[in-house]
Design a protein around this ligand. Structure first.
Ligand code: FMN
Ligand code: SF4
Ligand code: SF4
Length: 280
Protein backbone atom coordinates (compact mmCIF):
# COMPACT_ATOMS: atom_id res chain seq x y z
CA UNK A 1 0.00 0.00 0.00
CA UNK A 2 1.22 3.47 -0.90
CA UNK A 3 -0.39 6.31 1.03
CA UNK A 4 -0.31 10.06 0.57
CA UNK A 5 -0.99 12.23 3.61
CA UNK A 6 -1.86 15.81 2.61
CA UNK A 7 -1.86 17.77 5.86
CA UNK A 8 -2.83 21.27 6.86
CA UNK A 9 -1.54 22.20 10.29
CA UNK A 10 -1.22 25.71 11.70
CA UNK A 11 0.44 24.99 15.01
CA UNK A 12 1.69 21.43 14.64
CA UNK A 13 -1.02 19.28 16.26
CA UNK A 14 -2.41 17.77 13.06
CA UNK A 15 1.09 17.40 11.62
CA UNK A 16 2.13 15.53 14.79
CA UNK A 17 -0.85 13.17 14.55
CA UNK A 18 -0.43 12.50 10.81
CA UNK A 19 3.33 11.93 11.15
CA UNK A 20 2.69 9.35 13.87
CA UNK A 21 0.12 7.55 11.67
CA UNK A 22 2.43 7.66 8.64
CA UNK A 23 5.22 6.21 10.78
CA UNK A 24 2.95 3.31 11.76
CA UNK A 25 2.14 2.71 8.07
CA UNK A 26 5.89 2.48 7.35
CA UNK A 27 6.51 0.24 10.36
CA UNK A 28 3.99 -2.17 8.82
CA UNK A 29 5.91 -2.24 5.53
CA UNK A 30 3.85 0.31 3.57
CA UNK A 31 4.88 3.55 1.91
CA UNK A 32 3.64 6.83 3.32
CA UNK A 33 4.46 10.31 2.04
CA UNK A 34 3.42 13.36 4.05
CA UNK A 35 2.96 16.67 2.22
CA UNK A 36 1.95 19.93 3.92
CA UNK A 37 -1.01 21.83 2.46
CA UNK A 38 0.61 25.23 1.95
CA UNK A 39 0.44 27.89 -0.72
CA UNK A 40 4.07 27.12 -1.68
CA UNK A 41 3.79 23.30 -1.67
CA UNK A 42 4.33 21.23 -4.78
CA UNK A 43 1.98 18.28 -4.52
CA UNK A 44 2.66 14.85 -5.92
CA UNK A 45 -0.06 13.37 -8.12
CA UNK A 46 -2.51 11.73 -5.72
CA UNK A 47 -3.32 9.22 -8.49
CA UNK A 48 0.06 7.58 -7.90
CA UNK A 49 -1.15 6.45 -4.46
CA UNK A 50 -3.52 3.70 -3.30
CA UNK A 51 -4.75 5.66 -0.34
CA UNK A 52 -5.33 9.37 0.22
CA UNK A 53 -5.38 10.77 3.75
CA UNK A 54 -6.37 14.38 4.31
CA UNK A 55 -5.37 15.87 7.66
CA UNK A 56 -6.66 19.16 9.06
CA UNK A 57 -7.61 20.93 12.29
CA UNK A 58 -11.27 21.73 12.95
CA UNK A 59 -11.86 25.49 12.58
CA UNK A 60 -15.27 26.70 13.78
CA UNK A 61 -16.74 23.19 13.26
CA UNK A 62 -15.49 23.19 9.65
CA UNK A 63 -12.44 22.36 7.61
CA UNK A 64 -10.16 25.38 7.02
CA UNK A 65 -10.82 27.22 3.75
CA UNK A 66 -7.29 26.35 2.52
CA UNK A 67 -8.09 22.64 2.80
CA UNK A 68 -11.28 22.99 0.75
CA UNK A 69 -9.37 24.97 -1.87
CA UNK A 70 -6.70 22.28 -2.03
CA UNK A 71 -9.30 19.51 -2.39
CA UNK A 72 -11.06 21.40 -5.19
CA UNK A 73 -7.75 21.60 -7.04
CA UNK A 74 -7.25 17.83 -7.13
CA UNK A 75 -7.22 16.27 -10.59
CA UNK A 76 -10.55 14.56 -11.25
CA UNK A 77 -10.57 10.79 -10.82
CA UNK A 78 -12.69 8.34 -12.79
CA UNK A 79 -13.20 5.67 -10.18
CA UNK A 80 -13.65 5.87 -6.45
CA UNK A 81 -10.27 6.19 -4.83
CA UNK A 82 -10.22 5.44 -1.10
CA UNK A 83 -9.73 8.43 1.15
CA UNK A 84 -9.70 9.10 4.88
CA UNK A 85 -10.12 12.26 6.90
CA UNK A 86 -7.90 12.76 9.95
CA UNK A 87 -8.87 15.75 12.07
CA UNK A 88 -7.71 17.31 15.32
CA UNK A 89 -9.93 19.46 17.50
CA UNK A 90 -9.48 21.27 20.78
CA UNK A 91 -12.51 19.72 22.42
CA UNK A 92 -14.24 16.36 21.99
CA UNK A 93 -17.73 17.72 21.10
CA UNK A 94 -19.43 15.61 18.43
CA UNK A 95 -20.34 18.82 16.58
CA UNK A 96 -16.71 18.84 15.37
CA UNK A 97 -17.49 15.81 13.22
CA UNK A 98 -19.52 18.11 10.96
CA UNK A 99 -16.18 19.40 9.69
CA UNK A 100 -16.27 16.38 7.36
CA UNK A 101 -19.30 17.58 5.39
CA UNK A 102 -17.58 19.84 2.84
CA UNK A 103 -14.43 17.71 2.38
CA UNK A 104 -16.61 14.62 1.73
CA UNK A 105 -18.68 16.48 -0.85
CA UNK A 106 -15.66 17.91 -2.67
CA UNK A 107 -13.76 14.64 -2.59
CA UNK A 108 -16.78 12.80 -4.02
CA UNK A 109 -16.85 15.25 -6.94
CA UNK A 110 -13.12 14.71 -7.50
CA UNK A 111 -13.63 10.93 -7.66
CA UNK A 112 -12.65 9.90 -4.13
CA UNK A 113 -14.73 7.97 -1.63
CA UNK A 114 -14.23 8.90 2.00
CA UNK A 115 -14.29 5.53 3.73
CA UNK A 116 -13.53 6.58 7.26
CA UNK A 117 -12.88 9.54 9.53
CA UNK A 118 -10.81 9.95 12.66
CA UNK A 119 -10.64 12.82 15.10
CA UNK A 120 -8.15 13.27 17.89
CA UNK A 121 -8.47 15.85 20.64
CA UNK A 122 -5.37 18.01 20.84
CA UNK A 123 -4.66 21.18 22.83
CA UNK A 124 -6.20 24.46 21.84
CA UNK A 125 -4.18 26.91 19.77
CA UNK A 126 -6.81 29.60 20.28
CA UNK A 127 -9.33 30.65 22.96
CA UNK A 128 -7.24 29.47 25.95
CA UNK A 129 -4.12 27.50 26.66
CA UNK A 130 -4.57 23.97 27.91
CA UNK A 131 -2.24 22.89 30.72
CA UNK A 132 0.79 20.81 29.77
CA UNK A 133 -0.80 17.96 31.74
CA UNK A 134 -3.93 18.14 29.57
CA UNK A 135 -1.80 18.23 26.42
CA UNK A 136 0.10 15.14 27.59
CA UNK A 137 -3.10 13.24 28.40
CA UNK A 138 -4.58 14.16 25.00
CA UNK A 139 -1.47 12.86 23.29
CA UNK A 140 -1.58 9.66 25.35
CA UNK A 141 -5.20 9.14 24.27
CA UNK A 142 -4.28 9.71 20.62
CA UNK A 143 -1.29 7.37 20.79
CA UNK A 144 -3.50 4.66 22.28
CA UNK A 145 -5.82 4.86 19.29
CA UNK A 146 -3.17 5.13 16.53
CA UNK A 147 -2.28 1.41 16.07
CA UNK A 148 -5.87 0.23 15.53
CA UNK A 149 -6.74 3.31 13.45
CA UNK A 150 -3.70 2.75 11.22
CA UNK A 151 -4.58 -0.94 10.83
CA UNK A 152 -8.14 0.00 9.92
CA UNK A 153 -7.00 2.44 7.23
CA UNK A 154 -4.53 -0.03 5.80
CA UNK A 155 -7.28 -2.64 5.48
CA UNK A 156 -9.62 0.00 3.96
CA UNK A 157 -11.97 -0.44 6.90
CA UNK A 158 -13.57 2.08 9.22
CA UNK A 159 -16.70 4.13 8.88
CA UNK A 160 -17.95 7.66 8.34
CA UNK A 161 -19.55 9.52 11.21
CA UNK A 162 -23.28 10.12 11.00
CA UNK A 163 -23.86 13.85 10.94
CA UNK A 164 -27.41 14.87 11.80
CA UNK A 165 -29.24 17.99 10.54
CA UNK A 166 -28.55 20.08 13.68
CA UNK A 167 -24.81 19.55 13.45
CA UNK A 168 -24.91 20.33 9.72
CA UNK A 169 -26.81 23.55 10.36
CA UNK A 170 -24.47 24.67 13.15
CA UNK A 171 -21.41 23.97 11.06
CA UNK A 172 -22.94 25.70 8.03
CA UNK A 173 -23.68 28.84 10.08
CA UNK A 174 -20.11 29.03 11.34
CA UNK A 175 -18.72 28.79 7.81
CA UNK A 176 -18.84 32.58 8.08
CA UNK A 177 -15.31 32.12 9.49
CA UNK A 178 -14.11 31.49 5.93
CA UNK A 179 -15.33 34.95 4.91
CA UNK A 180 -14.33 36.73 8.13
CA UNK A 181 -10.78 35.44 8.59
CA UNK A 182 -9.16 37.17 5.59
CA UNK A 183 -10.51 40.51 6.91
CA UNK A 184 -9.50 39.83 10.51
CA UNK A 185 -6.08 38.51 9.48
CA UNK A 186 -5.46 41.62 7.41
CA UNK A 187 -5.67 43.57 10.69
CA UNK A 188 -3.08 41.51 12.58
CA UNK A 189 -0.23 43.76 13.72
CA UNK A 190 3.16 43.44 15.40
CA UNK A 191 3.60 45.21 18.75
CA UNK A 192 6.73 47.05 19.90
CA UNK A 193 8.05 43.67 21.15
CA UNK A 194 8.57 42.50 17.53
CA UNK A 195 12.26 41.85 16.81
CA UNK A 196 11.73 41.45 13.07
CA UNK A 197 12.93 37.83 13.05
CA UNK A 198 10.61 36.91 10.16
CA UNK A 199 9.51 33.59 11.73
CA UNK A 200 5.82 34.45 11.28
CA UNK A 201 6.31 35.18 7.56
CA UNK A 202 8.21 31.93 7.07
CA UNK A 203 5.62 29.83 8.91
CA UNK A 204 2.44 31.25 7.40
CA UNK A 205 1.03 28.41 5.23
CA UNK A 206 -0.85 30.95 3.12
CA UNK A 207 2.13 33.16 2.30
CA UNK A 208 0.00 35.93 3.78
CA UNK A 209 2.82 37.72 5.63
CA UNK A 210 5.59 39.72 4.05
CA UNK A 211 8.37 41.52 5.88
CA UNK A 212 8.48 45.24 5.14
CA UNK A 213 11.07 47.48 6.81
CA UNK A 214 11.79 44.66 9.25
CA UNK A 215 8.17 44.26 10.36
CA UNK A 216 5.46 41.79 9.27
CA UNK A 217 2.63 43.04 7.06
CA UNK A 218 -0.49 40.94 6.64
CA UNK A 219 -2.30 40.38 3.36
CA UNK A 220 -5.85 39.20 2.71
CA UNK A 221 -5.54 35.42 2.52
CA UNK A 222 -5.47 34.53 6.23
CA UNK A 223 -7.27 31.31 7.19
CA UNK A 224 -6.82 31.80 10.94
CA UNK A 225 -4.44 28.90 11.48
CA UNK A 226 -2.62 30.83 14.26
CA UNK A 227 0.84 29.70 13.15
CA UNK A 228 2.07 33.30 13.33
CA UNK A 229 0.76 34.28 16.77
CA UNK A 230 1.38 30.86 18.32
CA UNK A 231 5.01 30.60 17.21
CA UNK A 232 6.20 34.20 17.59
CA UNK A 233 9.20 33.96 19.95
CA UNK A 234 8.31 37.34 21.50
CA UNK A 235 4.51 36.91 21.63
CA UNK A 236 4.54 40.14 19.67
CA UNK A 237 1.44 39.83 17.51
CA UNK A 238 -1.91 41.45 18.12
CA UNK A 239 -4.50 39.39 16.35
CA UNK A 240 -7.26 41.92 15.96
CA UNK A 241 -10.62 41.01 17.51
CA UNK A 242 -9.25 37.58 18.42
CA UNK A 243 -6.48 39.00 20.61
CA UNK A 244 -8.15 37.94 23.88
CA UNK A 245 -8.08 34.37 22.58
CA UNK A 246 -4.41 34.41 21.58
CA UNK A 247 -2.37 31.35 22.60
CA UNK A 248 1.40 31.60 22.33
CA UNK A 249 4.09 28.94 22.65
CA UNK A 250 4.44 25.29 21.70
CA UNK A 251 3.12 22.51 23.90
CA UNK A 252 5.79 20.08 25.10
CA UNK A 253 3.52 16.98 25.34
CA UNK A 254 6.04 15.54 27.81
CA UNK A 255 4.51 16.50 31.17
CA UNK A 256 2.86 14.08 33.55
CA UNK A 257 -0.66 13.55 32.11
CA UNK A 258 -3.38 15.44 33.99
CA UNK A 259 -5.31 13.34 36.48
CA UNK A 260 -9.12 13.29 36.41
CA UNK A 261 -9.13 16.00 39.08
CA UNK A 262 -6.83 18.17 36.98
CA UNK A 263 -8.95 17.96 33.80
CA UNK A 264 -9.91 21.49 32.82
CA UNK A 265 -13.32 22.77 33.91
CA UNK A 266 -14.42 23.80 30.43
CA UNK A 267 -16.11 20.80 28.77
CA UNK A 268 -14.84 18.71 31.69
CA UNK A 269 -17.43 15.94 31.27
CA UNK A 270 -16.73 15.42 27.60
CA UNK A 271 -12.94 15.44 28.08
CA UNK A 272 -13.28 12.83 30.84
CA UNK A 273 -15.57 10.71 28.67
CA UNK A 274 -13.11 10.97 25.76
CA UNK A 275 -10.14 9.94 27.96
CA UNK A 276 -11.97 7.11 29.70
CA UNK A 277 -13.30 5.70 26.40
CA UNK A 278 -9.67 5.40 25.29
CA UNK A 279 -8.57 3.89 28.58
CA UNK A 280 -6.26 6.73 29.61
C1 FMN B 1 -9.72 29.60 13.99
C2 FMN B 1 -9.79 28.35 14.83
C3 FMN B 1 -11.02 27.75 15.05
C4 FMN B 1 -11.09 26.60 15.84
N1 FMN B 1 -12.30 26.00 15.99
C5 FMN B 1 -12.39 24.87 16.71
C6 FMN B 1 -13.63 24.20 16.83
O1 FMN B 1 -14.65 24.59 16.23
N2 FMN B 1 -13.69 23.09 17.59
C7 FMN B 1 -12.60 22.60 18.26
O2 FMN B 1 -12.72 21.60 18.96
N3 FMN B 1 -11.38 23.19 18.13
C8 FMN B 1 -11.25 24.31 17.38
N4 FMN B 1 -10.03 24.90 17.22
C9 FMN B 1 -8.85 24.29 17.86
C10 FMN B 1 -8.04 23.46 16.88
O3 FMN B 1 -8.87 22.64 16.09
C11 FMN B 1 -7.02 22.55 17.60
O4 FMN B 1 -6.24 23.25 18.51
C12 FMN B 1 -6.16 21.83 16.57
O5 FMN B 1 -5.56 20.72 17.18
C13 FMN B 1 -5.08 22.71 15.96
O6 FMN B 1 -4.37 21.96 15.02
P1 FMN B 1 -3.04 22.44 14.28
O7 FMN B 1 -1.99 22.61 15.38
O8 FMN B 1 -2.71 21.31 13.39
O9 FMN B 1 -3.34 23.70 13.60
C14 FMN B 1 -9.92 26.04 16.44
C15 FMN B 1 -8.69 26.66 16.20
C16 FMN B 1 -8.62 27.80 15.41
C17 FMN B 1 -7.27 28.43 15.17
S1 SF4 C 1 7.64 36.17 14.60
FE1 SF4 C 1 7.15 37.77 16.07
S2 SF4 C 1 9.07 38.81 16.47
FE2 SF4 C 1 9.36 37.62 14.60
S3 SF4 C 1 8.82 39.09 12.93
FE3 SF4 C 1 6.95 37.98 13.43
S4 SF4 C 1 5.91 39.27 14.94
FE4 SF4 C 1 8.03 39.98 14.85
S1 SF4 D 1 -1.57 35.25 8.83
FE1 SF4 D 1 -1.17 33.98 10.66
S2 SF4 D 1 -3.17 33.06 11.16
FE2 SF4 D 1 -3.33 33.90 9.08
S3 SF4 D 1 -2.89 32.14 7.74
FE3 SF4 D 1 -0.94 33.23 8.09
S4 SF4 D 1 0.02 32.24 9.87
FE4 SF4 D 1 -2.14 31.61 9.78
Amino acid sequence: MKALFAVFSGTGNTARVCSALAELFRARGHEADVVPIRADSVYPDARAYDLFVVGYPVHAFNAPASVLKFLKSLPKEKGKRPAYLVRTSGEPLAMNDASAVSPRRILKKRGYAVIGEYRYVMPYNIIFRHSEGMAARMWKAAETAFPSDAEEMLSLGGARKRIGPLKRMGSFALRIEHTAMPHLGHRFKPTEKCIGCGACAKLCPQGNIRMEDGKPKFGKSCVGCMACAFSCPEDALKISLLNGWRVNGKYAFSAEPATDDEVCKYCRKSYLRYFHQRGV
